[in-house]
Design a protein. Structure first.
Length: 400
């Protein structure tokens, strides 16, 4: 089951802002057995970016929805909580569906919307074909998923008592290993599907979902393999925006200046480090891989600081207390530390959201800025540690 660990649910669908060609009408109609008169709701995003929630009452089991969409758009249909068969708390009685211009029909049972059969949407047929590709590994992945959840429950139990308990490191490591298996399986199947369907809205949607979960080099290559229509679709445009955003904050680009208050209440600007190399380390006290990478960053700091390397750690955290405790626990007060409040939404282009300024989507992410303010390299995740080490060794050759 790929969705529990690697995919979020329908909520993100309501934030879409579809752009491009003029929208066309779709009609979704159907006949459901089991409960002739009850409310159902259809959610999707209109061509002008508005979140649409349309509702209707079944009459003798029949329903009809009409709306406008630009190409294939993933929406969802669910049973109102006013119905006795809403099954709230049991993932709800709901189904995802790719809407597209034209006539779409649905048949099945009212109390089992996930089992509905749809006709008339090519994108929906392709979406179901993608789901079929996961079936051969479902049992194996479900077992791994259960182990992951069991470890998560144990982690929560221990954390409530002592969030610095030594057992947490082993649990986090186990969870990372299990998630690596789930992620690898998902990536293999997703890439297989996209390669076979370069002109599918489903491919564009899936790449859009995974655009910050896969290496940007992989995302870029896959994006280029999509048809021009899919590259210019709403989902394709979102992928393109991420690619542009990360590329504009990678090697060879001017590092964007910022000013923020550090842990001691003093203002720190990136411009303050002109004439020295500075490693921007985006992390969080909640991020296991970030904390695990800290000892290595401390080794790099000790090795190259006198030769001209500074570290500016930028934490995205829930509270100052969590941030300060992590710095004390990990002994990272030896370098500059600033914090961004996690989950705090501000106006677009707010200069205090340094993570957004640098298009940070993976933690940890390290950005090495040169003496002249030009970015030397960007290192997303822990897999790029060796590349960072090599770059620093080359830059400070002979200064060990």
């Amino acid at each position: 089951m790929k969705n529990l660990i690697t995919k979020i649910t329908f909520i993100s669908l309501l934030s879409l802002n579809v752009i491009g060609a003029q929208a066309q009408q779709f009609t979704l109609s159907g006949k459901l057995t089991g409960e002739p008169d009850a409310p159902v709701i259809l959610g999707y995003t209109s061509n002008d970016g508005k979140s649409i929630k349309d509702s209707t009452i079944l009459y003798n089991g029949t329903f009809t929805f009409k709306g406008n969409v630009n190409g294939g758009v993933l929406g969802y249909m669910y049973v109102s909580d006013k119905s006795s068969k809403s099954r709230i708390g049991d993932r709800g009685n709901s189904v995802q569906i790719f809407l597209e211009p034209g006539n779409i029909t649905a048949t099945g049972s009212f109390d089992n919307l996930p089992g509905l059969k749809f006709i008339g949407s090519r994108s929906q047929t392709e979406y179901e074909a993608l789901a079929d590709l996961f079936k051969p590994t479902d049992a194996e992945m479900d077992a791994i998923e259960k182990k992951w959840l069991s470890n998560q429950q144990e982690l929560f139990r221990i954390t409530r008592v002592d969030k610095y308990d030594k057992r947490l490191a082993a649990i986090n490591s186990t969870m990372d290993s299990l998630n690596d298996i789930l992620t690898a399986n998902t990536k293999k199947i997703e890439k297989q599907f996209i390669a076979a369907h370069p002109n599918s809205y489903v491919s564009a949607y899936e790449l859009n979902f995974f655009k910050t979960r896969w290496k940007i080099s992989e995302v870029t290559a896959i994006y280029k393999s999509l048809s021009p229509d899919m590259q210019n679709s709403y989902y394709g445009k979102q992928v393109q925006n991420i690619i542009i955003g990360i590329e504009s904050n990678s090697g060879g680009k001017v590092a964007k200046n910022f000013t923020s208050s550090d842990i001691n209440g003093k203002n720190v600007s990136l411009a303050d480090f002109k004439g020295r190399y500075v490693l921007l380390d985006f992390w969080g006290s909640w991020c296991g891989p970030c904390r695990e990478s800290t000892p290595h960053v401390k080794d790099l700091f000790a090795k190259y600081n006198k030769a001209g390397l500074d570290v500016l750690a930028i934490a995205v955290d829930d509270t100052p207390t969590d941030w300060e405790e992590a710095i004390k626990k990990d002994g990272t007060g030896i370098w500059h530390n600033i914090m961004i409040e996690k989950g705090r939404y501000k106006a677009a282009n707010d200069p205090t959201r340094i993570d957004e300024t640098y298009n940070i989507h993976v933690y940890p992410t390290k950005i090495l800025v040169g003496k002249d303010g030009i970015i030397v390299g960007r290192y997303d995740g822990t897999e790029s540690t060796a590349a960072l080490d090599k770059k620093l060794a080359d830059l400070f050759k002979g200064s060990d």
